[in-house]
Design a protein around this ligand. Structure first.
Ligand SMILES: *[C@@H]1O[C@H](CO)[C@@H](O)[C@H](O)[C@H]1NC(C)=O
Ligand SMILES: *[C@@H]1O[C@H](CO)[C@@H](O)[C@H](O)[C@H]1NC(C)=O
Ligand SMILES: *[C@@H]1O[C@H](CO)[C@@H](O)[C@H](O)[C@H]1NC(C)=O
Ligand SMILES: *[C@@H]1O[C@H](CO)[C@@H](O)[C@H](O)[C@H]1NC(C)=O
Ligand SMILES: *[C@@H]1O[C@H](CO)[C@@H](O)[C@H](O)[C@H]1NC(C)=O
Ligand SMILES: *[C@@H]1O[C@H](CO)[C@@H](O)[C@H](O)[C@H]1NC(C)=O
Ligand SMILES: *[C@@H]1O[C@H](CO)[C@@H](O)[C@H](O)[C@H]1NC(C)=O
Ligand SMILES: *[C@@H]1O[C@H](CO)[C@@H](O)[C@H](O)[C@H]1NC(C)=O
Length: 403
C-alpha cells in the first residue's frame, strides 16, 4: 500500500545532478543560509515525495509525472533559475498568491493550513466552504474562466486536480484523489504545506488526523458484534453500479463493516435477469449508501431511490425496514459542490466516525457528511453566512471522541 513507485536509475541520476548543482550554487553563492524550517516526511501517500535541500525543495509528483523545484524566495538561486519543461517546473516559495480550479480542488486543505487568505482566484463559485464563499463575496477572491490562460498567468501558481487542461508553467497538480486509502489522501496536506513553508503545521495536522482515525478504526474493527454488509451503489441511465473505489471499500473495512461481494458490478434494471439478481443480492445487504448523482440533492429522497430501483417487492430489504439508506450529500453548496469531496478529504476521521455511526447506530452522534434518506433527512445548504471563524487563522482539525 505504501510502496513508492520505482525510481529509474536515470531519474535517480537526474536528482543527484540537480542536488549537486543547486548545493554548489548555494555553497559558492553569497546568500546566507536559508532555513527551510521543518521537514515533511511522506509516510503513507504513494504518489508524491518531497526532498529537501538548503535553499530549495523538490516535490516529485506521480499525478502529472513532474518534478517541482520549490526555490526559497530569499535565495540567490530563486532569482537566477527558472524551469518550465515537460518534466520539471520551478516555483518561488512561499507563494505570494495562488489560484485553484475549484471544480475539484478540496479547499479545506488550505483552511487547515491557514493559507486561505493568499488564495486569490477560483474557477467556479461552487465551493463547499463557507469561508471561501465569504472571501469571494467580499471581493478578496476573484473568479475567472479556467480557459483564460492570460488571467491564470497572473498567479504565482494555479493548482489543478485533473489533467484535462493543457498545462502552463505555473500549473501544479494537486491530486489526493489518486491515492487508494483515506489516510493517503489526507497526507497530501504536506504537499500544499511545502509551497508555503508550513511543514510544521502540515505534519501536526496529519499526525492528529491519523492518530484519531486509527483509534476509531481500532475500536470499530475489534468489535465482536456482527459485521453489517454494506453496498455503495450508484444509478445512471437505467443501470445500477456497485462501487469499486478502493478508498470507499477501505472506509467500510475500517468502520467494521463487510463490503457486499456481488458476482458482478453492473445491473441493467430493464433486463429482467439483471433485476432479479439485483433484487436477490440486495436482500443480503444491511446498509446501502446511494451515490447516485443528482442535480438537486434536496429532492433525492427514499421514493427516488425506490423509483430508480424498479423492484416491486421490497419486503426483504432490511436496509429499508431498518432505515439504513444513506447518501453523502448532507452538506452541499449550490446543489453541486459536496463537502464530502472537500472537508472529508483532509479529515477522514470525520468520515470514518460517520460510517461507524451508519453501521452501528448509537443515536448519540451527529453525522457530518451522511444523511439517512430512509429517515427523510434533508441536505444542509452551505453558504457564506456559515463562516464563523477568522479567515486569517488556520482552522483546527476536529478530534472525534474515541474510546
Ligand atoms: C519545527 O516544529 C517544531 C514543532 O512543531 C517547532 O517547535 C519549531 O519551532 C519548528 N522549527 C522551525 C524552524 O520552524
Ligand atoms: C519572501 O517571503 C516572505 C514571506 O512571504 C516575505 O515576507 C519576504 O518579503 C519575501 N522575500 C523576498 C525577497 O521576496
Ligand atoms: C470560458 O472561455 C471559453 C473560451 O473563451 C468559452 O468557450 C466558455 O464559454 C467560457 N466559460 C464561461 C463559464 O464563461
Ligand atoms: C501574485 O504575486 C506575484 C508575485 O509577487 C505578482 O506579480 C502578481 O501580481 C500577484 N497576482 C495577484 C493576482 O495578486
Ligand atoms: C439495458 O437493457 C435494455 C433492454 O435490454 C437495453 O435497451 C438498454 O440499452 C440497456 N442499457 C444499457 C446501458 O446497457
Ligand atoms: C437493524 O439495525 C440495528 C441497529 O440499529 C441492528 O442491531 C440490527 O441488527 C439491524 N437488523 C437488521 C436485520 O439488519
Ligand atoms: C423538487 O421537488 C419539489 C416538490 O416535489 C418540486 O416542486 C420542485 O420542482 C423540485 N425541484 C427540482 C429542481 O427538481
Ligand atoms: C453520548 O455522547 C456523549 C459525548 O460523547 C457521552 O458523554 C455520553 O455518554 C453518550 N451517551 C450515550 C448514551 O452513549
Amino acid at each position: 500500500m505504501d510502496l513508492a513507485p520505482p525510481c529509474s536509475w536515470l531519474q535517480a541520476f537526474f536528482f543527484l545532478a540537480l542536488f549537486w548543482f543547486l548545493n554548489c550554487g548555494y555553497v559558492h553563492g553569497a546568500t546566507p543560509a536559508v532555513k527551510v524550517g521543518n521537514f515533511s516526511k511522506v509516510e503513507d501517500a504513494a504518489n508524491f515525495h518531497i526532498y529537501y535541500g538548503q535553499t530549495f525543495k523538490v516535490i516529485k509528483n506521480s499525478a502529472d509525472g513532474q518534478s517541482y523545484l520549490l526555490l526559497q524566495n530569499n535565495s540567490r538561486i530563486a532569482s537566477r533559475t527558472k524551469y518550465c519543461t515537460s518534466r520539471i517546473k520551478s516555483f518561488v516559495i512561499p507563494l505570494s498568491n495562488y489560484s485553484v480550479d475549484t471544480n475539484y480542488f478540496p479547499v479545506s486543505f488550505l483552511e487547515l493550513l491557514g493559507l486561505v487568505e493568499s488564495l486569490k482566484g477560483i474557477s467556479t463559485n461552487s465551493v463547499a466552504s463557507p469561508c471561501v464563499l465569504k472571501l469571494y463575496e467580499g471581493g478578496q477572491i476573484e473568479m475567472f474562466n479556467s480557459s483564460d490562460y492570460q488571467k491564470l498567468a497572473d498567479f504565482s501558481s494555479y493548482f489543478v486536480s485533473d489533467n484535462d487542461q493543457q498545462p502552463a508553467c505555473n500549473f501544479a497538480t494537486f491530486a489526493p484523489y489518486i491515492e487508494d486509502t483515506p489516510l493517503q489522501r489526507a497526507e497530501w496536506i504536506k504537499f500544499m504545506g511545502a509551497f508555503a513553508n508550513v511543514e510544521a503545521r502540515a505534519n501536526q495536522i496529519y499526525s492528529a488526523v491519523k492518530e484519531n482515525y486509527l483509534c476509531l478504526a481500532k475500536i470499530a474493527t475489534t468489535r465482536t458484534t456482527f459485521k453489517p454488509t454494506v453496498a455503495w451503489m450508484k444509478y445512471t441511465n437505467g443501470v445500477w453500479y456497485f462501487t469499486k473505489e478502493k478508498y470507499q471499500l477501505k472506509y467500510v473495512e475500517d468502520a467494521g463493516g463487510e463490503i457486499l461481494g456481488a458476482n458482478k458490478n453492473t445491473y441493467n434494471v430493464s433486463d429482467s435477469d439483471d433485476l432479479e439478481e439485483l433484487h436477490a443480492i440486495l436482500c443480503t445487504v444491511e446498509v446501502v449508501i446511494d451515490e447516485t448523482i443528482t442535480s438537486y440533492p434536496t429532492n433525492y429522497t427514499l421514493s427516488t431511490f425506490i423509483q430508480n430501483l424498479n423492484v416491486e417487492d421490497r419486503s426483504c430489504f432490511s436496509f429499508i425496514s431498518n432505515t439504513s439508506l444513506w447518501r453523502y450529500d448532507k452538506r452541499v453548496q449550490n446543489s453541486i459542490a459536496l463537502d464530502w469531496y472537500n472537508g472529508a478529504m483532509p479529515q477522514p476521521q470525520l468520515a470514518l466516525a460517520d460510517l461507524i455511526e451508519v453501521l452501528f447506530p448509537t443515536g448519540n452522534y451527529t453525522t457530518t457528511y451522511f444523511r439517512n434518506i430512509a429517515k427523510g433527512e434533508v441536505p444542509i445548504n452551505i453558504g457564506p453566512e456559515m463562516c464563523d471563524r477568522d479567515t486569517s487563522a488556520a482552522m483546527d482539525p476536529t478530534t472525534v471522541a474515541c474510546g
